[in-house]
Write a protein that binds this ligand. Sequence first.
Ligand SMILES: [Mg+2]
Length: 243
Amino acid sequence: MIINENQLLSRIKGIMGQVPQIFLDYDGTLVPIINDPEFNQADKSLIELLASLNTAYETYIVTGRDICEIMRFIGEYNIIGLHGATFRIQGENLAVPGFKKYEQLSGKLYSENSYLVDEFPGLRIYRKSGGLLFHTGNIKNPGKIRELRKIIIGLSREFNMNLYTGIDILELRMPRVDKGNAIKLLRNKNRQAIIMGDDATDEDAFKLNPDAITIKVGDQDTYAKYSIDYSSVRPFLLKLLDL
Ligand SMILES: [Mg+2]
């Protein structure tokens, strides 16, 4: 389902002369969400689609993942990583001020809390540079997830980190960083942009870029102007190549 697909495409046609940038979330937008996130490799048709888009438009992949991890899946692109804390722009790695501290902290928190995988069978903990991700998809007992959540809320308070809750995910992140501000930064002088994503972190991107063409993947409530089904994302991006 695309709400007003023709209207959306004609709006995009209208800004083509101003060379829009494209910002695309990865998990849940370009690839399905899977229970083993470390294996969410881009398939061949996605790799080809991204290469074509990147040639036609200034394209950015905007993800909560580490830059080196997402590069393993898709190769070399402009990337906003860790929900806006890190950047890879034209082959160069950059980070927001203060990021180093959280890079060190995430290492410390990972080693101090890895014992939790024994106390919560099914729990997986992933160390990110600058964050810590707790994956609860294999924990069978909802009571254990609530118990774990309390511990992680405690950690977020103690170490002044943001707690993000997603599907089967609890994540400690650097505070005051989000996809919305990262995208704004790259849209210098409010350049025209098309922004697409599927979850709560993408809502920051939609909210803070109200002048952009914003597209929510999925049918939940959203700040985005348009909504699209996951299955329609790739056909829609292919249409952008024909404009
Ligand atoms: Mg997503």
